[in-house]
Each structure stands twice: as structure tokens, then as C-alpha cells.
Design a binder for this molecule. Structure first.
Ligand code: G16
Length: 547
């Protein structure tokens, strides 16, 4: 593409997707996220960037997902997906931020600079897959992304409404046809197909029952499960709630984030004591479970629980294959992981744990250092990644092992097929969890009994500039503003099993506060005290948090 053709980049921008806001926007934890009306020019520019990225990757397909995931309806967002279905390489986030913030007048020259900087061969073909969630602002933004792709003579392919993990899956399949077929149907075929295969090998027993309630957060995940439900041949009886309709609003008082953060049951769900409920988030990339007990208490089974459940089952199958000494399994968490889960993983499961910064991109990267890496954020965002070596060892046992070993290895192969290895995926994770519970004949009580969570509380504080907060040590220590960490240390000291940290959110304009302690009362009090310290020392706005 000759440089003169870049003029069209400006023409499209000025005529169709002008930059109308001076608000600086940054590529954060999961791409750009803000009020939807501030995003059109940003998304258009990400269309341009996706084409450049595709050319740098020799014409391999790049993904653009229009979603603000767990955020409420007025927000929206955009993120890029790399050829292997992973999040955009981190070194490109600065480029994305630069391109998103230049004026329309400087867009052509900045695009040219970026092309030179990354050494993109603009004569190559470029392919970009575009997906969107159910927000009413998403179609307009998806069109802006497609225009960005067209402006640089790339080929956009629109997938319409899909879950975020489905788009990641399709991008991966398009670039690696051994992984699956790059369509929504291809996704069902692989993930749901593997679930059905594995269920035929298991007998429903013990306290496991096949009825599962689902909170769809009024987003895309519930809608897709409604399609899947009809194909399950009775292996799992999905009772779907909050799947849009009935005036339910996206992520409002429902969905995985609400359930995890508020530690309350979502609205819109019938309560039956000890009934398993799976709660998805708005774009279907997070999953937590909960149940209400006979005393009407809410019991949360979050990302830490899912991680331990999956890791222990995989370890069990590896032992049955007699492959556990050949393959190193490891677990990756963030600072939000409940202290009790980390203790259980290291002391009982004897699986090594690493702690990294919030953001699936960081967890995914760390998990790749193990032969089998299980990663989950406590908020329910995670998956399992298997190295080529792991897949080869398991395949060999499935072919050549003794009968019992072969059986375990074949189960493990189905388990791998059921896993969306590209990114955290609520639907795939739901099938993985249901498989383990069914294989063990466990209901929620047994699942819950593996360890006792330390009571915890999360709060949000609004400050003038959340970037005034800096952190280190996987966000467990605060380095700025001065004095805040010393204050947090003083506040934590009197509490038994006390722990607290603060960090700026990368998806909302807030500072997040996390605290845990030996009782719920103490965790709540500690969180409120730390929130006050943030407010006082980091420029709080609005009402001061109350104790
Ligand atoms: C995104 C990220 C997650 C992260 C969450 C909250 O989730 O993908 O890794 O934990 O945001 O991030 P923060 O605390 O920085 O706001 P989602 O489900 O919203 O895409």
C-alpha cells in the first residue's frame, strides 16, 4: 500500500469517526474501556492498528472485540486479540494508546510513523475478525472497527454477537487449523462435543445432580448457553436465568462480578437450598458458582475454588496415567486470591503457585511456563494451558498405556478439548467444573469443604487521578502516593490473619481496595479503614468512605 493511500485514514476519521473528546484514554487491563460515547474514534483507530498488526504477523488474523465485559451498560470497550488467540502483546499497548489519542489532523502521520516503527509490510494481505457483545452501542462501534480495517485495505470479517472467548477461539483456529474450525459452530463442536464425549464415559453418582442453574448477567453468555442447552441430550439440565428480556439490565445486580464483589446472590434467580448456580459475566469470559444453604447464607465458589478443583482433578488424572513425574503442573493467581486457597494449593495439593499482576494477560503468560498451567483470578477469569510436551505425553499414554492408564489419559484428552486455552471462558469453564463434580460424585457441599475461605471484602474509592497510585510486588505493595503503604501496614497490624492492598483499576475509573481477616466483621472494617486512607492520601473525591 503506497503511503499516499494513507490519506484515506484521515478522510474516514474526519467524515465518519472524528475524535470529539479531549479525554486521554489508555489501553488498560483489558483494552480501552470508558463511556461508549467516547469510543468511536478509538475503535476506528484500533481497526487501523489491527491491520498493521496482521501485516507484521505476516497476514495472520488479528481479532477485535467490542465489549466492556463486566462493566455496566453505558460503558463499552475494545481490545485486540493476537494470532494465537492471546491478548495483544504488551509492547503494542503503548502504540495503541498513542494512536487512540492523537488528533484527527495528526492521525495520518502517526499511522505512518507506527507503520515504520513496527516495520509493517503494507503490501501484504491483512485479516481481522470482529466480534461484539450485546450492548446497544456495540454495532455502531463494530462498524467503526470495520471501517478502520477497510481504510488500510485489510479484510474484516464480522462475527456479530459472540462471547469474547468465542472470538479468541476463532482467531486461534483461523491461524492454526489443528485447533478447530473458526466459527461459532466450530466452537460448539469442539468444546460442547468434548463435554458430551466425556459425560458418556462418566456415571452420574453420589451427591452430583445434573440440574444447573445459570445466571447469564443479561449478556451474551446466557444467550449462547440457550443454544447449547438444546444440544446437551440430557447430560446437563441447564435452567437459565438473566438471559436478557424481562427488563433485566446487563451486569446490573447480577453476573459474576456482582456476585463475587458483593458476595450476594443475583436478582432474577429462584433460590433453592444447595442448588448449584453458575454466574457468568456480561461477555461470557468469567464464571463463579454459588449456592444458598438451608440457613439462607450465600456460599461463594469463586475463581480460586474453580482453579483448585480443576488443578486437583488434572493432577489426579496425571497420577492415574503415571505421567505426573514427567509433567510439571502449576497454578497462577493474583493478589486477590484468598490466602486460604493459596495455603491449600501449596500445602495440600502440593502444586507450586505464582502470583502476578491483575489481568488475564499476565496470568496467561506465567501459566505458559508450566507443562500444565492453571490460572484463575479470584473473580472467575481463567483457564488451563497445556504445553505441546504435555499433549504428547498424554497422547502416548492414551495409545500405549495399560488399560487404566489409557482410560485416564483419554479422559484428560477430552478435558483438554473442552478447554478454551486461548483465554478465560465461562462456558468452557462451566463444562470443566461440571465434569469434575460429576466424576467425583460431588455436590456443592463437598466442593466447598476442601478449605475454608478467609472472610474478605472489596471496595472501590473514587479519586481525582487513579494513576496517582503505583504498586509493586504483583500489586501487593503500594509505592505511591508516599505514606499510603506505611498507613496500610499500620491498619493491617492489629488484625488476626489481616492482609490488605490497593491498586488502580484498569477497567473502571476507581481505586480498588481488598482486605481479608479472620472474621467478616474484621475484613469489612479493615477494608473501610484502608478505603479511608486511600481517600485521604490519594485525593479522594465525593463522600469519604464510612467505617
Ligand atoms: C478484566 C480483565 C481481568 C480483570 C478485570 C478487572 O475483566 O480481563 O483480568 O481482573 O478486568 O480489572 P481491574 O481491576 O483492573 O478493573 P473483564 O471481565 O471485565 O474483561
Amino acid at each position: 500500500m503506497p503511503p499516499s493511500s494513507l490519506r484515506v485514514v484521515y478522510a474516514f476519521a474526519r467524515e465518519m469517526h472524528p475524535k470529539t473528546s479531549e479525554v486521554f484514554i489508555e489501553y488498560g487491563t483489558a483494552g480501552f474501556r470508558t463511556k461508549a460515547n467516547l469510543l468511536e474514534h478509538v475503535v476506528y483507530r484500533m481497526g487501523l492498528l489491527a491491520v498493521i498488526r496482521s501485516r507484521v504477523k505476516n497476514g495472520r488474523t488479528i481479532g477485535i472485540m467490542i465489549t466492556a465485559s463486566h462493566n455496566l451498560e453505558p460503558d463499552n470497550g475494545v481490545k485486540l486479540v493476537d494470532p494465537d488467540g492471546e491478548m495483544l502483546e504488551q509492547s503494542w499497548e503503548e502504540i495503541a494508546t498513542r494512536l487512540a489519542n492523537v488528533s484527527d489532523n495528526d492521525l495520518e502521520s502517526t499511522t505512518e510513523q507506527v507503520i515504520k516503527q513496527v516495520n509493517a509490510d503494507m503490501s501484504l494481505k491483512a485479516s481481522v475478525f470482529i466480534g461484539m457483545d450485546t450492548r446497544y452501542t456495540s454495532p455502531r462501534l463494530a462498524a467503526a472497527a470495520a471501517n478502520g480495517v477497510i481504510a488500510l485495505k485489510g479484510t474484516p470479517k464480522e462475527f456479530g454477537i459472540v462471547t469474547t472467548p468465542m472470538l479468541h477461539f476463532c482467531v486461534k483456529c483461523r491461524n492454526d487449523n489443528t485447533y478447530g474450525t473458526p466459527t461459532e459452530e466450530g466452537y460448539y463442536e469442539k468444546i460442547v462435543g468434548a463435554f458430551k464425549k466425556i459425560r458418556q464415559k462418566l456415571t452420574v453418582c453420589g451427591d452430583y445432580n445434573t440440574t444447573l442453574y445459570v445466571d447469564g448477567a443479561n449478556g451474551v453468555g446466557g444467550k449462547k448457553l440457550n443454544i447449547i442447552k438444546k444440544t446437551l441430550d440430557g447430560e446437563l439440565d441447564l435452567q437459565l436465568f438473566n438471559i436478557g428480556g424481562n427488563g433485566g439490565k446487563l451486569n446490573l445486580n447480577c453476573g459474576a462480578d456482582f456476585v463475587k464483589v458483593s458476595q450476594k446472590a443475583p436478582v432474577g434467580i429462584e433460590h433453592v437450598p444447595f442448588q448449584r448456580v453458575a454466574s457468568l459475566d456480561g461477555d461470557g469470559d468469567r464464571l463463579v458458582y454459588y449456592y444458598i444453604d438451608d440457613k439462607n447464607n450465600m456460599n461463594l465458589l469463586d475463581g480460586d475454588r474453580i482453579a483448585t478443583l480443576l488443578a486437583s482433578y488434572i493432577a489426579e488424572l496425571l497420577r492415574a496415567c503415571e505421567a505426573s513425574s514427567d509433567l510439571q503442573i502449576g497454578l497462577v493467581q493474583t493478589a486477590y486470591a484468598n490466602g486460604a486457597s493459596t495455603k491449600y494449593i501449596t500445602e495440600d495439593l502440593k502444586v507450586p503457585v505464582s502470583c502476578v499482576k491483575t489481568g488475564v494477560k499476565h496470568l496467561h503468560h506465567a501459566a505458559l511456563s508450566y507443562d500444565i498451567g492453571v490460572y484463575f483470578e479470584a473473580n472467575g477469569h481463567g483457564t488451563v494451558v497445556y504445553s505441546t510436551k504435555a499433549k504428547e505425553v498424554i497422547a502416548k499414554v492414551a495409545q500405549e498405556g495399560e488399560p487404566e492408564q489409557r482410560k485416564a489419559a483419554q479422559l484428560l484428552q477430552n478435558f483438554i478439548d473442552m478447554t478454551n486455552e486461548t483465554v478465560g471462558d465461562a462456558i468452557s469453564d462451566l463444562f470443566l467444573v461440571e465434569t469434575v463434580l460429576c466424576a467425583r460424585g460431588h455436590g456443592v457441599k463437598q466442593w466447598m469443604s476442601s478449605y475454608a475461605d478467609l472472610p474478605c471484602r472489596q471496595l472501590k474509592v473514587t479519586v481525582q487521578d487513579r494513576n496517582a497510585i503505583s504498586t509493586t510486588d504483583a500489586e501487593r505493595q503500594c509505592t505511591a502516593p508516599e505514606g499510603l503503604q506505611t498507613r496500610i501496614d499500620e491498619l493491617v497490624r492489629p488484625y488476626s490473619c489481616g492482609r490488605a492492598f490497593v491498586r488502580p483499576s484498569g477497567t473502571e475509573d476507581v481505586v480498588r481496595v481488598y482486605a481479608e481477616a479472620d472474621t467478616q466483621l474484621s475484613a469489612d472494617k479493615l477494608a473501610a479503614e484502608v478505603a479511608q486512607a486511600v481517600y485521604d492520601l490519594a485525593g479522594g473525591v465525593g463522600a469519604r468512605p464510612e467505617l
